[in-house]
Design a protein around this ligand. Structure first.
Ligand SMILES: Cc1cc2nc3c(=O)[nH]c(=O)nc-3n(C[C@H](O)[C@H](O)[C@H](O)COP(=O)(O)OP(=O)(O)OC[C@H]3O[C@@H](n4cnc5c(N)ncnc54)[C@H](O)[C@@H]3O)c2cc1C
Length: 316
């Protein structure tokens, strides 16, 4: 059995979600009684080694690749490595680039593919995976019949502990051409500062904010907390905020440590995008709003009075 995890660095570093994926992949490999090879792209060797220390046995530090947006040639260059290091399982996180790569590599290797993996398999032989369905309302068991499988992890999985392994590091220069065959163009930033999908804290506004002119307190709260901004779908449909901030079933799926929902009812389609959050705080003037069913802390009140008090208290 051989297991490989692929991580594309961000700004020549890695994010907390990515270290969580290494930790989770490490537990996965241990349960399968196998070694874990981490394949990194866009990371300098020292950062790749640090990331590997979250549980990998071996790190392949790849450079000389075409730009990550050039998916076709990325696959061409990486294919032999995936084939050698991921004979049984090839694992990916759920960022835009990884998901696109996962689908193509599964097709190319004629592997099965399972997305939305948030728990270790129920069994390896046969491979049975537990996954959420219907916006997280039910858990399903997925039986995989293929001998080789590509898996895409959810954000927020894995308890990352630095330095728990001392992986062997190998640097690899791949000669990837670039003809921009298939280009994945992704723009994920919500607030221009950090990627919404990477953020550990998120402040989000719904239709209860009443209009784009009322976003100042949310921006201020986000700034005090060091958080990214998000919104419900009607807010982006109305053009109050960019679609890049929309979370939910049809938007981004996020799993921050803290999610603050302001004037959001908590419809099932919204909750589908945020129910991986560790702590949910909801501010809503309707005490019956469904968001309170999933919130860890709820404040029943008007955002116009609660937000300024909250910001003042946090500043103090
Ligand atoms: C197929 C499908 C996919 C969908 N996908 C998504 C998705 O991905 N993401 C998503 O968000 N939605 C999605 N929706 C829409 C979803 O069903 C809800 O309509 C939407 O989430 C509601 O947004 P909201 O909570 O901002 O607005 P509303 O439902 O209008 O809720 C506004 C809330 O603000 C509160 N409020 C009002 N004024 C104040 C105030 N002054 N102070 C405090 N609270 C106040 C109200 O009590 C209310 O609870 C989808 C729907 C469908 C059918």
């Amino acid at each position: 059995m051989s297991i490989a995890l692929y991580i594309q660095g961000r700004n020549r570093s890695y994010t907390p979600h990515q270290s969580g994926w290494v930790a989770f992949a490490s537990s996965f490999a241990k349960s399968a009684d196998s070694r874990l090879t981490l394949i990194t792209q866009g990371l300098p060797p020292d950062k790749a080694a640090q990331l590997g220390g979250f549980g990998a046995d071996e790190v392949m530090v790849v450079d000389g690749m075409p730009p990550v947006s050039d998916l076709h040639n990325s696959i061409e260059a990486l294919f032999p490595l995936f084939k050698e290091k991921g004979k049984t399982f090839i694992l990916f996180g759920n960022d835009t680039h990884s998901k696109a790569l996962a689908a193509l590599i599964a097709a190319r290797l004629e592997f099965g593919i399972v997305t939305g993996v948030g728990a270790l398999p129920e069994s390896f032989s046969p491979l049975v995976l537990t996954r959420k369905a219907f916006s997280g309302k039910v858990l399903t068991s997925t039986l995989v019949g293929k001998p080789g499988v590509v898996l895409v992890f959810n954000a927020g999985v894995g308890e990352a502990v630095a330095g728990i392994s001392s992986p062997v590091i190998a640097e690899l220069h791949l000669n990837g051409n670039s003809d921009e065959g298939i280009v994945v163009d992704s723009e994920e930033t919500g607030d221009g500062k950090q990627l919404l999908t990477d953020a550990l804290r998120v402040v989000s506004g719904g239709r209860g904010m009443k209009g784009p002119e009322n976003w100042k307190p949310l921006e201020e709260l986000a700034s005090v907390l060091g958080a990214a901004l998000a919104c419900s779908r009607p807010v982006s449909d109305e053009g109050w905020r960019s679609h890049h901030e929309h979370v939910g079933q049809t938007g981004k799926v996020i799993a921050p440590e803290l999610y603050v929902a302001c004037g959001i009812s908590g419809a099932i389609q919204h909750v589908a995008g945020i129910n991986g959050s560790k702590v949910i705080v909801a501010i809503n003037k309707d005490k019956e709003a469904p968001i309170f069913e999933v919130a860890d802390y709820g404040i029943v009140g008007d955002v116009n009075t609660v937000l300024p008090s909250l910001i003042k208290a946090l500043k103090e």
